[in-house]
Write a protein that binds this ligand. Structure first.
Ligand SMILES: [Zn+2]
Ligand SMILES: [Zn+2]
Length: 287
C-alpha cells in the first residue's frame, strides 16, 4: 500500500473545502519500516503540503493526533498555521498499549484546553485491530474523551472500526457532545440513518470512491446534506484515480468531486456546503 509515492495535485475546486481528518506528521515521516523522524511543525515540507492543498481548494484541514506526542504536535502546528485546526486524543488502538492510561488522558485533557484544538479525536473503538483483552481500556479511554469534549465544548472525532453498535451505545449512555464527527465513515445505510437521527456528522474518506464501496455510497446517499464532510485520513486510502499513492490533504478534492457527482449535486454548491458543515462541526465552539 502507498508504494507509488505522492500523487500529483488535482485540478482546483470551484470553492474551498476542509480536509476534516489528516495526519501530516505520518505523511511526512512515513510509517512502518520506512518511518523517519517527524519534522517540526514549522518545517518547510509541512508548509508545502498545506500550500499545495490550499492551491487546489482544500483551504483548511484538521490535523489529528493519535497519542500525546502527535496531539501536542497537532496543537503546535495549528498554532503556527492559521489553515490548520488540531484534534487531540489517544487513538483506540494506542490506549490499550499504554502503561499509564490515566496520566496520558490527563495530558490530553490539558491539550484540549488550547484554543486551536478544535476537537477531541481520534477516539472511539476499533474491534478490528484490538482484541477483547484490550477493549476495556479502549472503552474507558473513549468515555474519558467524551467527557473532555463536553467539558471543553469541543467536537468529538470518532474512529469506529467494526464497532458500530458499541460506539452508539456508549455515546447514548454517556450523552454525546453537541458535535460528533464519525471519521472515515464505514457504516451502511442503516448505520448512517442512526447517525443522522442523532445529528452526527459523517466524514467520508477516499475509500468511498473505491469500486467495491457500494455500501458506503448507499450510506452517503442517506446522509443529510448538512451533516456531510470529507477527509483524506492521509497518508492512508488515497481516492480513485490516485489509489495506491501516498495520500495528502490536496487529494480531498477527488473525494469531494466524486461525492458531488454521486449525489448529483452542483460541484460549487456542494463545496460551499461541505465548507459550511466543517466550520459548524469544528469551529462553532468559538462563536
Ligand atoms: Zn481512524
Ligand atoms: Zn486517522
Amino acid at each position: 500500500m502507498n508504494r507509488k509515492g505522492p500523487a500529483p495535485l488535482p485540478e482546483p475546486l470551484p470553492a474551498p473545502i476542509t480536509d476534516t481528518h489528516t495526519h501530516l506528521d505520518i505523511v511526512t515521516a512515513g510509517y512502518g519500516e520506512d518511518a523517519r523522524p517527524v519534522p517540526a511543525p514549522t518545517d518547510n515540507v509541512i508548509r508545502e503540503l498545506i500550500d499545495g492543498a490550499e492551491a487546489v481548494g482544500v483551504g483548511t484541514m484538521v490535523e489529528v493526533g493519535t497519542d500525546v506526542t502527535s496531539s501536542r504536535w497537532a496543537a503546535e502546528l495549528a498554532e503556527t498555521d492559521g489553515r490548520v485546526l488540531a484534534a487531540a486524543a489517544l487513538h483506540p488502538n494506542e490506549a490499550p498499549l499504554l502503561d499509564d492510561l490515566d496520566s496520558a488522558l490527563a495530558e490530553i485533557d490539558v491539550l484540549a484546553a488550547r484554543p486551536r484544538v478544535a476537537a477531541l479525536g481520534e477516539t472511539g473503538l476499533d474491534y478490528f485491530r484490538t482484541d477483547e483483552p484490550g477493549r476495556d481500556a479502549q472503552r474507558r479511554s473513549f468515555r474519558a474523551h467524551i467527557e473532555f469534549a463536553k467539558r471543553h465544548g469541543k467536537a468529538l472525532a470518532i474512529h469506529d472500526r467494526d464497532a458500530h453498535e458499541d460506539v452508539l451505545s456508549i455515546l447514548d449512555q454517556e450523552g454525546a457532545p453537541e458535535r460528533v464527527v464519525m471519521h472515515c465513515f464505514s457504516g451502511d445505510f442503516a448505520f448512517a440513518t442512526e447517525c443522522a437521527r442523532r445529528g452526527f456528522y459523517m466524514s467520508f474518506a477516499g475509500n468511498v470512491t473505491f469500486k467495491n464501496a457500494e455500501r458506503l455510497r448507499g450510506a452517503a446517499s442517506v446522509a443529510p446534506a448538512e451533516l456531510l464532510l470529507v477527509e483524506t485520513d492521509a497518508p492512508f486510502m488515497a481516492p480513485v484515480p490516485v489509489r495506491g499513492h501516498a495520500n495528502h490533504p490536496a487529494l480531498t478534492s477527488y473525494t469531494a468531486r466524486f461525492l458531488a457527482a454521486h449525489l448529483d449535486r452542483d460541484l460549487e454548491k456542494f463545496c460551499l456546503q461541505l465548507s459550511e458543515n466543517a466550520r459548524r462541526a469544528f469551529e462553532s465552539w468559538q462563536d
